[in-house]
Structure formats: structure tokens, C-alpha cells
Design a protein around this ligand. Structure first.
Ligand code: AMP
Length: 211
């Protein structure tokens, strides 16, 4: 799943994972898990991620490699938030293959609106929105009843830095994968479009690629 922060990568990947029966791997979640567990790496990682900066390639590639080596990834997986740089894409090629890149196209105005009102479950990481995708019970996750919170890096000053970094370092990957004929664009210009509708569109794209 490819696209700027707030384009819906996590929201769609979580639903696709349930429908397709393959794991959803968010490198942002792997990073937050390290920080929560106060591992050896966590202090170094937090210095970057709390400021909206990218974690060094070697660190993030190590986290991804550990995750991909788990048996549940044998049948494939959905990557969300990885790769974010050309060196990461090259590293990915040494550990796995890529079939399809779903590029989510969303205008910046909608991204900023979504991120400032985004809520995340502390326990299972499910994503909600105070305005567009409300939980059934305020402050509680529909799936696991966990507590919902605003991510530290979802503040206006940090959001702008994350968007700038996306344009500079991550967007060039579209050309990289475009050259392999793996990119399919999914446009989403309405802030409140139902995730299920977008997921349906992505599933059709996957089926067309399979046939
Ligand atoms: P995300 O949840 O995808 O927005 O990621 C949250 C934060 O984790 C990012 O702002 C980065 O600091 C870090 N991060 C996640 N994925 C990567 C990646 N592929 N490369 C570098 N840093 C990453």
C-alpha cells in the first residue's frame, strides 16, 4: 500500500488483510511496538519518529526482515509504510518479491483534515476518525474495546514535515515501481468516502492482476 501519511494505507490494509487472509505489516506499528517495549533500539528510533523523521534504513529493514520471517508471512503479506526510500526498495528485493503497488492519491487538504482528527487503538492499532470514521462507543475500539488516542506525530507541525519527506524521499519510488509495471492508482478525493468502497476497488485490481 503506497501513498502519503493519512492516505488510508492502514485503514485499507487492515480490511484487505481480513478479506485476503494474509497479514498486514505496518512498519510504523513495528516502530511503535519497539518504543512501547523499550527495546535496545527504541531510544534511537524514538528520536526520529517522534519528530516525523524517517528511521534509518538499516534499522527499519532489520525490523521488517524479522517480521517477514514469521511463518504467517509464508503465503504473502500486505506492506503498509514500507518501502519509503529507494535503498529500502532495493533491500526488499533481496528478502522478498513485490506483486503490486496500490498508489493512493489523496489531496493534501484532505490528508491534513484526516490526520488531525485520526484516532488509533492503543491495543490493536485499528484506525478511526473523530469526524469521518467514528467508533461505535466514543474513545473505544469497536474491535477490541481498547482505548483510542491521537498519535504523537499527528500534530499539524509534524504532519507537514512528514508530507514534505514523503514528496522528497518516498514519491520517487513510484517511478521505480512504475518501471516494473506494478503501480495501480486509486484516487480518493472525498474525505468521508467509505473504506469498504475503496477496498472493493483494490480487490478488483488484485483480481485483474491475477487473471
Ligand atoms: P507510519 O505509521 O507509517 O506513519 O510511521 C510512523 C513513523 O515510523 C514514521 O514517521 C517513521 O518515523 C517511522 N517509519 C515507519 N516506516 C518507516 C520506513 N519504511 N522507513 C523509515 N521510517 C519509518
Amino acid at each position: 500500500m503506497f501513498g502519503p501519511p493519512g492516505s488510508g494505507k492502514g485503514t485499507y490494509a487492515s480490511r484487505l488483510s481480513a478479506k485476503l487472509g494474509v497479514p498486514h505489516i505496518s512498519t510504523g506499528d513495528l516502530v511503535r511496538e519497539e518504543i512501547k517495549n523499550q527495546t535496545e533500539m527504541s531510544k534511537r528510533i524514538n528520536d526520529y519518529s517522534s519528530r516525523g523523521l524517517l528511521v534509518p534504513d538499516n534499522v527499519i529493514c532489520q525490523l521488517l526482515q524479522q517480521r517477514i520471517s514469521q511463518p504467517d508471512c509464508n503465503r504473502g503479506f500486505i506492506l503498509d509504510g514500507f518501502p519509503r526510500t529507494i535503498p529500502q526498495a532495493r533491500e526488499l528485493e533481496t528478502i522478498s518479491t513485490t506483486d503490486l503497488v496500490i498508489n493512493l492519491e489523496v489531496p493534501d487538504t484532505i490528508i491534513i483534515e484526516r490526520l488531525t482528527s485520526r484516532l488509533t487503538c492503543r491495543a490493536c492499532r485499528e484506525i478511526y476518525n473523530e469526524r469521518f470514521l467514528k467508533p461505535r462507543i466514543e474513545g473505544k475500539c469497536d474491535k477490541c474495546n481498547g482505548q483510542l488516542y491521537h498519535r504523537e506525530d499527528d500534530q499539524p507541525s509534524v504532519i507537514q514535515r512528514r508530507l514534505d519527506l514523503y514528496r522528497e524521499q518516498t514519491q520517487p519510488l513510484l517511478e521505480y515501481y512504475g518501471g516494473k509495471n506494478q503501480v495501480r492508482n486509486v484516487s480518493n478525493k472525498e474525505p468521508g468516502v467509505l473504506p469498504e468502497k475503496v477496498v472493493e476497488e483494490i480487490i478488483q485490481i488484485i483480481q485483474m492482476k491475477r487473471n
